[in-house]
Design a protein around this ligand. Structure first.
Ligand SMILES: O=C(O)CCC(=O)C(=O)O
Ligand SMILES: [Fe+2]
Length: 436
């Protein structure tokens, strides 16, 4: 792909006409043109380039050093309203001689799951017929879509909230629609997928991607959904890429891999990278390591290269992602010792929690209060038995597990923000589960 190679200046204080700008780019829905329109205010631009394959870091090249200096002074470390309020991290960058192996920019695109070789990843081609595909598309097209910045979505079962990357388990939208029943039955009787027999998938997100639109790197929230995540591709093809960061190795080390190990020229972070081609009517399953330890994303490309063949994303792609929501009482089974502590709550304080819980506009405040209470209450409470007659044991477990859930969500959010790395947040969240 021949990206220009940039690196840190050798000497501290060395100026340059090029800036390395982190926290914006195509993977987060910000185009090079959007970035250019912000940076061109400081002087003549030579170009905006991807700094690496992350899609979240760019090089902004100016004709003059003075322009780069002015832009760095004005924009570094501040939220940029024209770029979705994202805080930009900027420093000088210099062009490196292109002696490195350019092939390391390329990741081979696998056609089959066995080629991609990520434990827990499965792909079934032609999982549905063309007729079924047409019927599913018709069914969603006559239902209302919610528009996000670049794509449209529909949620069934439980709404997925993108702001907290979670579902509200207290707000069930109803069962999954009958038009997906044949798909669910086929999934549960498919011999390729292990452990599917007893699983009742209860959350469906339908994504509609216009041609060229992708999805940013993410791991589906561990605490929100159970192990198995199915994604059915309809209408158009795409490439899904996967990354596993070396510092996210709380799971066993990945088996041998014939994959590109990207060494980012800018921050020297290492990650494994793979890609798989998802044709229409195929069903992808992410489970185990593929679901928990690898980030998945869809690059924002209009054209993909698969085994030397050019594949145009000419039509929209619609995906049906089926998941099983991890309910409060189920979480409590893994954190039984913690819920035991919460049986010490006095009812009046529990009521306070419930009130703050219900106040939608100050949900943050409510969550913080719950976290605080979950640590303080066992220390001050004298009563071991809940005295509200209408509260059964299972309610207590439900509430207590929600406290843990929110507590961990905040630990996750804080560490993610502090370290500006998603996977650090996930690791801390998971350590939390294990310890509790
Ligand atoms: O569109 C897809 O196939 C994947 C969607 C996805 O990863 C998600 O909704 O979390
Ligand atoms: Fe996902």
């Amino acid at each position: 792909m021949g990206l220009p190679r940039f690196g840190r200046p050798k000497n501290d204080g060395e100026l340059s006409s090029n800036l390395y700008v982190a926290n914006c780019g195509s993977a987060v829905g910000i185009s090079d043109d959007d970035i250019a329109s912000v940076f061109c205010k400081f002087g003549e631009l030579k170009g905006v380039y991807a700094a690496d394959e992350s899609g979240t870091r760019v090089i902004v090249a100016y004709a003059e050093e003075g322009s780069a200096q002015a832009a760095l002074k004005a924009l570094h470390g501040r939220p940029c309203p024209e770029l979705g309020g994202r805080s930009l991290h900027i420093r000088y960058s210099v062009l490196q001689p292109t002696t490195q192996d350019q092939a390391s920019d390329l990741v081979p695109v696998s056609i089959t799951a066995s080629d991609v070789s990520i434990p827990g990843l499965y792909l079934m081609h032609d999982f549905i017929s063309a007729k079924e595909e047409e019927e599913l598309l018709q069914a969603v097209d006559c239902r209302p879509w919610n528009s996000l910045a670049k794509r449209r979505v529909q949620h069934y079962g439980y709404e997925f909230r993108y702001d907290i990357r979670n579902v509200n388990t207290r707000h069930c939208l109803g069962g999954l629609p009958s038009f997906v029943s044949p798909i669910l039955e086929r999934i549960s009787s498919c011999p390729t997928f292990k452990n599917v027999k007893n699983i009742v998938l209860d959350q469906l997100t339908v994504n509609e991607y216009p041609p060229g639109v992708g999805l940013s790197p993410h791991v589906d929230t561990h605490s929100a959904f159970e192990d198995l995540i199915f994604s059915l591709s309809l209408s158009g093809p795409c490439i899904m890429e996967f990354r596993r960061y070396e510092n996210g190795d709380w799971l066993p080390k990945v088996a041998s891999c014939a994959v590109a190990k990207i060494e980012n020229t800018e921050d020297q972070s290492n990650f494994l990278r793979r890609a798989i081609y998802l044709p229409p009517r195929s069903l992808l399953l992410l489970s185990g390591e593929a679901r928990y330890a690898w980030h998945h994303y869809i690059p924002h490309h209009k054209i993909d290269k698969v085994n030397g063949r050019i594949i145009r994303r000419a039509s929209r792609r619609v995906s049906f992602t089926f998941r099983k929501v991890r309910a409060g009482h189920q979480i409590s089974t893994t954190i039984a010792s913690f819920s035991y502590v919460h049986h010490h709550y006095s009812p009046s304080l529990l009521l306070m929690m419930r009130i703050t819980f219900a106040r939608q506009n100050s949900e943050n405040l409510g969550m913080w209060l719950q976290i605080l209470l979950s640590f303080l209450l066992p220390l001050v409470s004298t009563s071991k038995t809940p005295t509200f007659p209408f509260l059964q044991d299972r309610h207590w477990i439900f509430f207590s597990s929600n406290c843990v859930e929110f507590c961990l969500k905040y630990i996750y959010a804080i560490t993610t923000n502090l370290c500006s790395r998603d996977n650090v947040g996930y690791v801390v969240e998971c350590i939390g589960y294990v310890l509790l």
